[in-house]
Design a protein around this ligand. Structure first.
Ligand code: NDP
Length: 332
C-alpha cells in the first residue's frame, strides 16, 4: 500500500530500558489478543497498527493462538508487515508466545515441553513471515514439564536466531527466579516478564517486581485497563459494541461490571477528571509510575482508543495525595 509513517513518530513517546538489557521499549505497546483475528476487517486492523506506529509505538505483542481463529492474528499482522511495514522491520519489536492451547493432540495443548515450544515458534514465524521474533515467550508455567527443558528450548531458539530475546508470562515470582537462573546458565538472560497489573489487581507488588529487579529483567504489564473496565466506557451502561457483548470476547464478564466495581470506577473517574485526563489515561499512567514497569500493553478496538491512550503520556506524574486517594477508592 501507500503507507508512509508519520515523520514525527519519535517526537513524544518515551522509550524505557528493559531491565538490565540494552533494549528500549516504548512506554505503551500494542497487544493483538483481541480485534486482530478474522472477525475484524483488515482495514480496521491496518488503521490501528499504523496509528500506533505513527505515535511511536514500536512494540507489537502477539501469541500463537491470538485470533479468532487461532493463528489468525499472526497471519493478519504478517500481512500488514508485508504490505505496509516491511521497510521498517528494524524499527519494530515483535513478540510471540507459546504455552496455551494451539493445535490438536498432546503436543499442541500448550505447556513448556521442548516439542511444543519449538514447533510453535516455527509455526509463528511462518504465519508472521519473519525470520525471527524480537521476544519469544513461555506463555505460562507448566507443572508437567521440568523448567530445565523449557529453558533449554527457549535458549536454543535464541541460538538458532529465531528469537533475539526470551520472556516469560504469568510465572510466580519463585518460578521466575528459577527460570532466570536456568536461562542465565544457558547464556541467555531473561529479558522480560509479562504479568497482569492494574489499579484493581496489584498482585505483582507482592514479590514479582522485586524479583525482576533482582534478576535484571524488565516488566510489560497486561490488562492495565482491566479490559476496558478502567475507562469511562461502562459508566453509563454497557455499550452495544463493547467487548463484554462479543462472543468469545475475552475474559471480561458481566460479573466484573458489578455495582461495587462500577462504584470504584466512578470514584477513580472523578480523580482522573481532576487530573485533566480520562480514566483510561490515568490507569495507564498509574501502572507506569513504577520505574520497574518498562512498558504497558494496551488492547484496542479502534484507532481512536489508541490515540486517547497515548494521550496518557502527557501527564504521568502523581502527587502523594493523588496516590493515596486512588488507593482509598480502588482498594476499598
Ligand atoms: P486491556 O486492559 O488493555 O483492555 C483493552 C480493551 O479496553 C480494548 O479492547 C477496549 O475494549 C478497551 N479500551 C481500550 N482503550 C480504551 C479507551 N481509551 N476507552 C475506552 N475503552 C478502551 O486488556 P487486553 O485484554 O486487551 O490485553 C491487552 C494485551 O495484553 C493483549 O492484546 C495481549 O497482548 C496482552 N495479554 C497477555 C496475556 C498473557 O497471558 N500474557 C493475557 C491478556 C492480555 P473494547 O474492545 O470493548 O472497545
Amino acid at each position: 500500500t501507500s503507507y508512509t509513517p508519520a515523520a514525527d513518530r519519535y517526537a513524544t513517546m518515551p522509550y524505557r530500558r528493559c531491565g538490565a538489557s540494552g533494549l528500549k521499549l516504548p512506554a505503551l505497546s500494542l497487544g493483538l489478543w483481541h480485534n486482530f483475528g478474522d472477525t475484524t476487517p483488515i482495514a480496521r486492523q491496518r488503521e490501528m497498527v499504523t496509528t500506533a506506529f505513527d505515535l511511536g509505538i514500536t512494540h507489537f505483542d502477539l501469541a500463537n493462538n491470538y485470533g479468532p481463529p487461532y493463528g489468525s492474528a499472526e497471519l493478519n499482522f504478517g500481512r500488514l508487515l508485508r504490505e505496509d511495514l516491511k521497510p521498517y522491520r528494524d524499527e519494530l519489536v515483535i513478540s510471540s508466545k507459546a504455552g496455551w492451547d494451539m493445535w490438536p493432540g498432546p503436543y499442541g495443548q500448550g505447556g513448556g515441553s521442548r516439542k511444543h515450544v519449538l514447533a510453535s515458534l516455527d509455526q509463528s514465524l511462518k504465519r508472521l513471515g519473519l525470520d525471527y521474533v524480537d521476544i519469544f515467550y513461555s506463555h505460562r508455567y507448566d507443572r508437567d514439564t521440568p523448567l530445565e527443558e523449557t529453558a533449554r528450548a527457549l535458549a536454543q531458539a535464541v541460538r538458532q536466531g529465531k528469537a533475539l530475546h526470551i520472556g516469560i508470562s504469568s510465572y510466580s515470582h519463585g518460578k521466575t527466579a528459577e527460570m532466570a537462573r536456568l536461562l542465565k546458565a544457558e547464556g541467555v538472560p531473561l529479558l522480560i516478564h509479562q504479568p497482569s497489573y492494574n489499579l484493581l489487581n496489584r498482585h505483582i507488588e507482592g514479590g514479582l517486581l522485586d524479583t525482576l529487579a533482582e534478576v535484571g529483567a524488565g516488566c510489560i504489564t497486561f490488562t492495565a485497563l482491566a479490559q476496558g473496565l478502567l475507562s469511562d466506557k461502562y459508566l453509563a451502561g454497557i455499550p452495544a459494541d463493547a467487548r463484554v457483548n462479543r462472543p468469545g470476547g475475552g475474559s471480561l464478564l458481566p460479573a466484573h461490571l458489578s455495582e461495587a466495581n462500577l462504584g470504584k470506577v466512578r470514584a477513580l473517574d472523578g480523580i482522573a477528571r481532576r487530573r485533566g485526563q480520562s480514566l483510561a489515561q490515568m490507569a495507564l499512567a498509574w501502572v507506569l509510575r513504577d520505574a520497574r514497569v518498562t512498558t504497558t500493553l494496551i488492547g484496542a478496538s479502534s484507532a481512536a482508543q489508541i490515540r486517547e491512550n497515548v494521550g496518557a503520556l502527557s501527564h504521568l506524574a502523581f502527587s502523594a495525595e493523588e496516590l493515596a486517594e486512588i488507593d482509598l477508592h480502588a482498594q476499598e
